[in-house]
Ligand binder design. Sequence first.
Ligand code: ATP
Ligand code: MG
Length: 577
Amino acid sequence: MDIREQEARNNQNFSQEYTSDFIREIISRDVQEGKNDGRVVTRFPPEPNGYLHIGHAKSIVLNFGVAEDFGGRCHLRFDDTNPEKEEVEYIESIKEDVRWLGYDWGEHLYYASDYFDRLYEFAEELIIKGKAYVDNLSQEQIREYRGTLTEPGRESPFRNRTVEENLELFRKMRAGEFDEGECVLRAKIDMSSPNLNMRDPTIYRIKKVPHHRTGDKWCIYPMYDFTHCLSDSLEGITHSLCTLEFEDHRPLYDWFLDQLDVPCHPQQIEFARLELTHTVLSKRKLMELVRGGYVTGWNDPRMPTLSGMRRRGFTPEAIRDFCKRIGVAKSKSIVDIALLEYCLREDLNRRAPRSMVVLEPLKVVIENYPEDKEEEVESENNPEDPSMGTRKLPFSKVIYIEKDDFRENPPPKYYRLAPGREVRLKHAYYIKCTDVIKDEKGEVIELRCTYDPETRGGWSADGRKVKGTSHWVSARHAVDVEVRLYDHLFTRADPDDIEDGEDFKANINPKSLKILKGCKAEPALENARSGEIFQFLRQGYFCVDSEDSKEGAPVFNRTVSLKDTWAKIERSKKKAR
Ligand code: ATP
Ligand code: MG
């Protein structure tokens, strides 16, 4: 299916109230039938080798959400079996992100490494049952012996070692008597299975690397497939929800649990991973962006990581709403990033106080306004929510308006300011442009206007109408702020749509960040606090940057513009129907 068809398909789900999904249906049936004594226990199992992204949010909302819906619980378990790639920094960030999204694992925080002793015992149990053997083939040989999708594999010459010999060798592996790569422990299943995962998969390998939690206690480490099902079972997980790439691993998941004497046999259910247009959601690729300096870090506001999105101004409510709207399904799909932005606008529209900020200032002198006069005009904080109250805005003789709100030669349908034309200053007065002042290069640097004192509040007593309304700030009272505007990090909807010899980085949008300095903000914004979110009238939603803002000098990230492409798609679809 091409990306357009997939988008179209996703769009159909829009506005359909989320109720249930195939996973909740399965679990609901299990509960009714009294399976697992009616208990529901799920887990979110991140590998601590990077920061969480919006794809992980889908899994978090699903796992914690299912537990909530069925009165069960959800564990947070770090899948920390690879000592080389994992760092404590990632563990802390993952905990912070899950909490920020609004979920609580209570006392159920686990690490796969907590189970290393138990897993070792399970491995010996497999050997004793004649279901695992130590193999001295090299990695390349193992690969070569494995066969292909069309050809069966071949059995290793070491496959038929005795139980005693295997136990002895495995214990020596553990004792550090062999070098890395000298041997591995493999499950003895079926070298001719049509499922490659069942062709005697490796379950332990030697790695003489200390682990951040177990130190140098171990020099052998269990593989993911062996660890995951057993960790699930040891924790009494009932439903192990994972993404579709693990579908082919399910027979192996079940095989280990069937062979071994385990506390319970959780059920693995797969769902489609989230994919978003204009976005990469793979930790490896995100790591590449960070390490290559394409972004400023994991929490760059352009990153689809939860820390980046938080810094940008996304709210947990908007992300949870998004996850519920996209739902979970078995079939692969790509979600339009416009839906994510739509959810964000819906939430911010309700909660963000309005504010006036001129991003690209043009000076306006109101000639008939007294030099020293100052007054205050009243402005609502959020027309969507009167309980948010009003505030006073200072007005004086010199103001700034947006450069783009004036044209010397206005094109048709341009209703903003132009020579001789009158517009409304939001909440203040009507002004009329009487003169245009230019620099030596012919660029407009200042306007001269007159105001009508009878239009205070922005309404004319004689019913005279104007078509344009501009936002503005009083020059004497304005504070200078820096504003950062963002665009998609990738120009193409599918960042992996590349020419020969290129990689996804060829699609990086060179214009994804635009920095505006010397923007003029209404005075109250001087004291805006880190993380606070405002709607700048006509410009979008902006969040005070948590890294680069200083006391009295806030830097604003544009979270999202006001333009709603998603609603537009919806309207045009309705029309077409
Ligand atoms: P990546 O491909 O980004 O490296 P991963 O699957 O290796 O992701 P893990 O830390 O192993 O990352 O993922 C933890 C959980 O989050 C897993 O259960 C995984 O299935 C789920 N997950 C990861 N990416 C997505 C996604 N895009 N959509 C839904 N769930 C995801
Ligand atoms: Mg993984």
